[in-house]
Design a protein around this ligand. Sequence first.
Ligand code: HEM
Length: 149
Amino acid sequence: MTLRTGITAAMFTFYALSGVTACAPTVPLAPAPSLFERLGGMANVRAVVDDFVSQVSADPRSKRTFDGVNLSRLKASVTTHLCSLSGGPCKYEGDSMALAHRGMALTPEELNVMGDYVDRALIRRGVARTERDELKAILDRLAGEVLNK
Ligand code: HEM
């Protein structure tokens, strides 16, 4: 055994015996906060939903489907839905998106009006761009289940 291979073998034995490896974390990492937490938790999600549902159900461009709808019940249901979608502790047990919007024939324009009100409500509650974009991406993925039903 040369001097160099001897040193290498000794180092290998030391690391193997001491359990040290190059990438072993010494402190457990805290789990990354969910989008729900970063949106400000239940109080903020509820306030955002209260805000944008009030706006979208009153705007002449988007109010036609809200005739006779119980807004308090709708707000509660949408709050639970968004809580669940963003990784919060809620379990959404309402209708599927396709069923909830069946017969409404919602258009991309109406969806855009709603999206703008969601974004403005988030801004009013101090939610940053990254979180707003994450929520928008989640809602965009549901567009196909909501439009033209
Ligand atoms: C991705 C977009 C959307 C999502 C995630 C969404 C989510 C929901 C949820 C969770 C409910 C409650 C269903 C239940 O309680 O069983 C609901 C109902 C409803 N949504 Fe949406 N919605 C979206 C887009 C829209 C748009 C663009 C409009 C109109 C402009 C709209 C109008 C309504 C109405 C009127 C109801 C009440 C239906 C009823 O109670 O008869 N939604 N939506």
